[in-house]
Design a protein around this ligand. Structure first.
Ligand code: 2IT
Length: 446
């Protein structure tokens, strides 16, 4: 394999799709050495086949806003790879959604899902619909209009969407209701992230954040460190940041910072239960600003225009969006003594930031390993739906622990260098890639 040539060819075919090309490049660079030891992969042109999505659906979504005015958005579903199971992955509603973003996310999802130990292929979808400032009724009408197109292409054994940025339990509810009406299919397993009374798994809302902290615990334990008493900063204040803040606090860490697009809030004494409970309230207000947090809780301070990474902390947890932590942010964190960064968002760090962390030798782990507990618990939700049962929280939590531990072990197995140091990026990429590549090889050229 020649990474430069492959990237050149891909760029010609997908010009300007920067996030997608960035995600592919990171994986190809990490797997190059191992790939070249497998002539059978080269002969089957696995790498050329694995970087292209199986298919991309694009559709118009027309809906009526509260003023009675018709609005038009674009909807997408990228079915990336089904070698190890039905397509699986979230839906993102955000104004910046475009084919590049969804292809990068679908590509990442393919390897992440392979790491979970569960049989799920990779997909992603969403729309450039911006939930900011929308009423509940507008959200409902949009979700229904979106499903009016999407329902043809999904199903319990074909493609199972879930939430992502801008899509939580409320949106999944509106979409599930419309799916059932359109398809006249009442299986509970067509979407995941459902409410507990209609097929949702206990702990699915918390799972991304909880799983991330379990992974951080395994990583710290291996490095002879402990999370107790350490300072943690999370970015964002959505579902992922909420679960991460909750579990970090429960494990004895102090969450001293949270951020939004408008700025950062410093919480000198660490988050309280009341503060953690306030995060979903703030999120569902649809204003997309974090400043009200500081207004609500005396003793915390809001700084406009600053990022979470300006706060001095031991552990940095990007929980919001791709490329939210760049080279300058990494330099600032390192200067302030941060010694661990785990991506909870997908591709939360730029290549420059990752390089800076690795060069400094601090603990760093990539999103596809750290945040895989979310989709893994979606997989557990699918299992419960197919068995027509629901597991107790303890059972789901035990399974989540087991999955995160096995992902950590896979990273250690494939990422340990000759010097004994673990490169979690390499480990996660090789472990995920090898599983999908082998599955593709055994199923022929299709
Ligand atoms: O990025 C992700 O893994 C998700 N948004 C969750 C996907 C899922 O199917 O639960």
């Amino acid at each position: 394999m020649n990474v430069n040539q492959l990237m050149g060819d891909l760029e010609k075919r997908h010009p300007g799709e920067s996030e997608y090309l960035q995600a592919v490049k990171e994986v190809l660079e990490s797997i190059e050495e191992v790939y070249n030891q497998h002539p059978e992969y080269e002969a089957a042109r696995i790498v050329e086949r694995i970087v292209e999505p199986d298919r991309v659906f694009t559709f118009k979504v027309t809906w009526i806003d509260d003023a009675g005015v018709p609005q038009v958005n674009i909807g997408y579903r990228v079915q990336f790879n089904s070698a190890i199971g039905p397509y699986k992955g979230g839906l993102r509603f955000h104004k910046a959604v475009n084919p590049s973003m969804l292809k990068f996310l679908g590509f990442e999802q393919t390897f992440k899902n392979a790491l979970t130990t569960l049989p799920m292929g990779g997909a992603k979808g969403g729309s450039d619909f911006d939930p900011t400032g929308k009423s509940n009724a507008e959200i409902m009408r949009f979700c229904q209009a979106f499903m009016l197109e999407l329902w043809h292409n999904i199903g319990v054994d074909t493609d199972v969407p879930a939430g992502d940025v801008g899509v939580g339990g409320r949106e999944i509810g509106f979409m599930n209701g419309m799916y059932q009406k359109l398809a006249r299919q009442y299986h509970t397993g067509v979407l995941t992230g459902k409410g507990e009374t209609w097929g949702g798994s206990i702990l699915r809302p918390e799972a991304t954040g909880y799983g991330a902290l379990y992974f951080v615990e395994y990583m710290l334990r291996r490095a002879g460190k402990d999370i107790k008493g350490k300072t943690v900063v999370v970015s964002g204040f959505g579902n992922v940041a909420w679960g991460a803040a909750q579990k970090a606090t429960e494990l004895g860490a102090k969450v001293i910072g949270v951020s939004g697009p408008d700025g950062v809030v410093l919480i000198p004494d660490g988050m309280t239960t009341e503060m953690i409970d306030y995060l979903p309230v703030l999120r569902s207000s649809n204003q997309n600003i974090v400043e009200p947090f500081a207004k609500k809780f005396p003793g915390t301070t809001f700084t406009a225009g600053k990022k979470a990474w300006s706060i001095k902390c031991d552990i940095a947890l990007p929980c919001a969006f791709q490329n939210e932590l760049n080279g300058d942010d990494a330099a600032e964190l390192l200067k302030n003594g941060t010694w661990c960064c785990a991506e909870v968002s997908n591709m939360g760090c730029t290549p420059e930031a990752i390089h800076a962390f690795q060069k400094a030798g601090i603990l760093f782990a990539p999103g596809k390993a750290v945040n895989a507990g979310g989709v893994a618990t979606s997989g557990l939700e699918m299992t419960q739906n197919c068995m027509h049962i629901s597991w107790a929280g303890q059972e789901v939590d035990e399974k989540l622990h087991f999955i995160m531990e096995s992902i950590h072990e896979a990273c250690v197995k494939f990422g340990t260098g000759k010097d004994g140091k673990i490169d979690y990026v390499k480990g996660a990429n090789i472990a995920g890639f090898m599983k999908v590549a082998q599955a593709m090889l055994e199923q022929g050229t299709i």
